[in-house]
Ligand binder design. Structure first.
Ligand code: PLP
Length: 395
């Protein structure tokens, strides 16, 4: 029987990540599709979370986050990015940082905080898939601007042309999923000018902030005090500590925006999983080297995969950050990227993610005419990467 229920999200079906991971498991393909590590969380974190549970740290914690964790996040931001964003007495994070159930919740709440009915939000395609549904459920709509392939840079003239009286915010993501590109200092300077001139807000998705390669630096909105005044900066411990299933992240914002953010956060989840907050606070305090060494750790994996694909017919696009690598398969197949990924998984035994689901639905016909690119995730064990590359080199 056909349902008469009127959906609020008519354009949404199963996410491409769920689709490809299910397919990988059905066809026993090597799964380089969904972005999660194949390796385990650090032993220290495992024992700390066990200890927190054994010690009875199992009840609600403050809605804003465990004070020990807020302090560690405040210290980390201070150490990594700047001295200017928080006034000295706010460094403990209490007034600027809110712990959330993953970056997904932080993005969701930030978007609900700023977007009102009829507002427009600028997003850059290819875009991570959680932004648009959050904007639509807040009563707004997204204005999509495509990044310039093949280097996926932002055309800021197009951004300025797209701004109108309804424009409320711009969502940025650097290091960028799925392309592995980074925004530069000049990008952030331009963004800063635009948001001040047009009185806009910024949601900055920085979940891969510690994974940048070849000595390149992540330009965080946290290092731009004027930009930060209008921004929600989002990060994820799932990415940083290989524990995506713990769903722990945070949002950093100036005090006035944090007050509003927290009003919504308390009714979305009240607080996030307490034992994980104890464990991460302890990890940040005692093992700062984990974060300092993360870029090198992932760079080795990227290099291993890129080298192993050296004799393949794929064109490997540069990955400057994240744990993703794009491959152009245009000399291998005429299939569109979705069909290609199905074929690759079913017939060849390697699962990848097509790029088209990261683009606005209405523009896909055009997109398919000139783009044949898929995404691989290299947060996998070296043997898995080498095995996948060996198979891909035969195509
Ligand atoms: C760009 C981007 N933002 C946000 C998230 C969500 O992070 P979390 O798992 O902490 O909710 C992801 C996860 O893949 C991501 O790639």
């Amino acid at each position: 029987m056909e349902s008469s229920f009127k959906t609020k999200l008519p354009n949404l079906g199963t996410s491409i990540f769920t689709e490809m991971s299910m397919m990988a498991s059905q066809y026993k393909a090597i799964n380089l599709s969904q972005g999660f590590p194949e390796f385990d969380v650090p032993e220290f974190l495992k024992s700390e979370i066990k200890q927190a549970i054994a010690d009875g740290k199992n009840q609600y914690c403050p809605s804003t986050g465990l004070p020990e964790l807020l302090k560690q996040i405040g210290d980390l931001i201070h150490r990594k990015y700047q001295k200017g964003v928080f006034a000295e007495d706010l460094i403990n994070g209490m007034q600027n940082v809110t712990v959330t159930s993953g970056a997904t919740e932080a993005l969701w709440v930030a978007i609900q905080t700023i977007v009102r009915s009829g507002d427009e939000v600028i997003v850059f395609d290819p875009a991570y898939d959680s932004y648009e549904p959050a904007v639509e459920l807040a009563g707004g709509s997204c204005r999509h601007i495509s990044l310039n392939a093949p280097n996926y840079s932002v055309n800021w003239d197009l951004v300025e042309q797209a701004i109108n009286n309804n424009t409320r915010a711009i969502i940025i993501n650097s290091p960028h999923n799925p392309t592995g590109t980074l925004l530069s200092k000049s990008d952030l300077d331009t963004l800063q000018k635009l948001v001040i001139k047009h009185n806009l807000y910024v949601v900055s998705d920085e979940v891969y902030e510690y994974m940048t390669f070849d000595g390149m630096r992540h330009e965080s909105v946290l290092a731009y005090p004027e930009l930060f005044k209008r921004a929600f900066v989002v990060s994820s411990f799932g990415k940083t500590f290989h524990c995506t299933g713990w769903k722990l992240g945070y949002c950093v914002a100036p005090l006035d925006l944090t007050v509003e953010f927290r009003k919504i956060h308390q009714y979305v989840t009240f607080c996030s999983f307490t034992p994980a907050q104890f464990a991460i606070a302890s990890m940040l305090k005692t093992h700062p080297n984990h974060i300092d060494e993360l870029a090198e750790y992932y760079q080795q994996k990227r290099d291993l995969l890129v080298d192993a694909l050296g004799n393949s017919r794929f064109k490997v696009l540069p990955s400057r950050g994240t744990y993703f690598l794009l491959l152009d398969y245009s000399v291998i197949s005429n299939l569109n990227d979705h069909e290609f990924c199905h074929w690759l998984t079913q017939e060849i035994g390697v699962a990848a993610i097509p790029l088209s689901p990261f683009y606005q639905t209405g523009k896909l016909a055009d997109y398919h005419k000139s783009n044949k690119v898929v995404r691989l995730c290299f947060a996998k064990n070296d043997e898995t990467l080498l095995k996948a590359a060996e198979i891909l080199c035969k195509l």
